[in-house]
Design a protein around this ligand. Structure first.
Ligand code: ZN
Length: 90
């Protein structure tokens, strides 16, 4: 698996800036990153894995963490039940 990722990435960070599609040129201390984290159902398969330099690995992990935090807090199940339970009777 590692070798397959390496041959695809050519030993280079696979991060691309979304606005420019410029690819990061870092080849130092690459780490294998899950595009969709395992904790939210991502799989350890080639299309969900990518080579990232330490800086981009940290950056994408932060973005993912933030995203899932927001998703969770905007749909708290307790708030909905609270709201429904508070429904005024006329
Ligand atoms: Zn990078």
């Amino acid at each position: 698996m590692k070798r397959a990722i390496f041959s695809r990435s050519d030993g280079q960070c696979e991060y691309r800036a979304s606005h420019s599609s410029m690819r990061c040129s870092s080849k130092a201390r690459l780490q294998i990153d899950h595009v969709i984290p395992l904790s939210v159902g991502g799989k350890t398969e080639l299309k969900n894995l990518r080579h990232l330099c330490p800086a981009h690995n940290q950056k994408t992990a932060q973005i993912a963490g933030l995203f899932f935090q927001v998703t969770e807090s905007s749909h708290p199940p307790s708030l909905l039940t609270q709201y429904l339970g508070r429904n005024p009777e006329r």
